[in-house]
Design a protein. Structure first.
Length: 89
């Protein structure tokens, strides 16, 4: 009779251990999923910022803006036809 109670006690202990392992695994899965969602949100925000930066770069690099800065800040101008020299090979 004591062997039967020993087997039952071991089975109950193993069942409880298995239940605790399931609870722990589910908790870790949820925690990992939350971390994944946070990483995906950060990725999406970085992609939006990257798009904004590309748009800003294209705005700052327009030919009209560069021409305007060259004329105003550097005093550059288109050379007159007298100052143009064509070199033939």
């Amino acid at each position: 009779m004591t062997d039967r109670w020993m087997v039952i006690t071991v089975l109950i202990a193993m069942t409880l251990a298995s239940a605790l392992a399931v609870v722990y695994a589910r908790h870790e899965t949820r925690r990992t999923f939350v971390a994944l969602q946070a990483a995906e949100t950060a990725r999406d925000e970085m992609n939006i910022e990257w798009g904004r930066l590309q748009l800003e770069q294209s705005t700052w690099a327009t030919h009209v803006r560069i021409d305007k800065l060259a004329r105003e800040k550097l005093g550059m101008r288109i050379p007159s036809t007298d100052n143009i020299v064509i070199i033939k090979p």
